[in-house]
Design a protein around this ligand. Sequence first.
Ligand code: NAI
Ligand code: MG
Length: 506
Amino acid sequence: MAQPSMQSSYPEVHSEVRQFIGSRSRRMLIDGKWVEAASGKTLTTYDPATEEPLADVPAGDKEDVDRAVRAARKALESGAWPKMTASERGRALWKLADLIEQRTEEFAQLETLDNGKPLAVARVADVPLVVDHFRYYAGWATKVEGETIPVSVPGMFTYTRREPVGVVGQIIPWNFPLLMAAWKLGVALACGNTVVLKLAEQTPLSGLRLGELLEESGFPPGVVNIITGYGETAGAAIASHPDIDKVAFTGSTEVGHLIMQAAGASNLKRVSLELGGKSPNIIFADADLDEAAIGAANAIYFNHGQCCCAGSRLFVEQKAFDKIVPRLVEYSEKIKVGPGMDAATEMGPLVSSEQYKRVTGLLDAGKKEGAKVATGGGRPKQRDKGYFVSPTVFTDVKSDMKIVREEIFGPVVCAVPFKDPNEVLAAGNDTTYGLAAAVWTKDIHKAHRIANGLKAGTVWINCYNMFDAAAPFGGYKQSGFGREMGKAALELYTQTKTVWVNLGAS
Ligand code: NAI
Ligand code: MG
């Protein structure tokens, strides 16, 4: 394994992190044991700020997924897990939250090194959200209830049970590695399922570290199996596996199509998808323009634009366009772009060379199609290494341009003027996506009218990027279906059994 070059560039790396990356991380978790890939193959994860290798992990494939599914099936049907009470499952989730919280700095650093995000953000956003998420679903474990049904057939007592769906396959992306693992695991475990979780090949480290805490939290072996590997191999093996009862996927819409096809062609496993977005962020002239301008920047630049709900299409009422856009540009130019481990950094690099090429390719397409670069548009001058892209604002865009239609997944926003609410509703909804949207106005009538008219799974009014474990999140249209978080997610991880009891003649 190539040694990380952290020492010189990152003097304050946590000793546990150094040890984890340096020595013990390079295995997958199957049936409670840390194992190599059956093939012996590995893949390398890189530090996107330096382009240097961080660690090698197993390149799991079909055979490893098969082993993991067998372990998950066994753990579902025998052993300690099906005997655990709901309360005990809840306590295990709570303990997992505690163990992660005690290691906040360690997890934050792993996330920053592997994904590139600023350490300050990983500390105050990613890790605390993960902790809160597990605690929230710890509470749900004891509250998954069936119903008694007043049927019209005499002499019958009829009730429903909410049972686990079974063995669930979960495939997660790299933009919030630990948080996406938490969104998937919390609800699945609260409801009593067993899991085969595939981490993103770009960012496997924090998920593997989480795996080390499962046993101590009280989860029996095989309840959570963690696979590292590529999408086309390990991920595809999950989607088409004949003995997986449900697959949950977060990632690109393109792969979402493949997951559904594989589920349909194999065993009709249940599917839930959380896919891409091209979310409209709508500012009316009667909004608090200072707040809205900062809101527009945060909407697109949070996590370097690598958010499925990024506010990548900014619609500004014509009258306010020349007030908002210059402020957004000024703000964009002040953002400190640099390595995530540097305390001064506000925006880190993109996650990988592949994403760097994709985003810069779309920047070039925008310029070629005639959009005007108000700021940014490429690599920051002072950075010659790392996958850095400057915060970028395009104006003079047309609705058929690639940069307006396609998810960029980088710090790139298209600003578009509009004249009236109906026009902006039509333009805002003119996309195949429907994950999120926002509206900024002081007019309460208009705010709610627009919120009702937007075809999106989440609408923020006078705010953006608000998340809570209790608030459902998911897509309309090709942004996917099924909701994560909140009570809504329980639907995806339970199935209803109706029981009819003949009470006999009285
Ligand atoms: P991706 O959709 O290829 O990868 C996401 C996850 O799916 C990873 O774990 C990957 O290994 C797995 N995967 C890939 N191909 C698969 C297959 N055939 N079968 C099963 N699993 C598979 O996303 P990628 O290539 O990393 O990024 C491409 C674009 O996707 C981004 O530019 C962005 O637009 C979008 N994206 C959206 C995300 C979201 O949060 N909705 C997250 C990541 C990417
Ligand atoms: Mg891909």
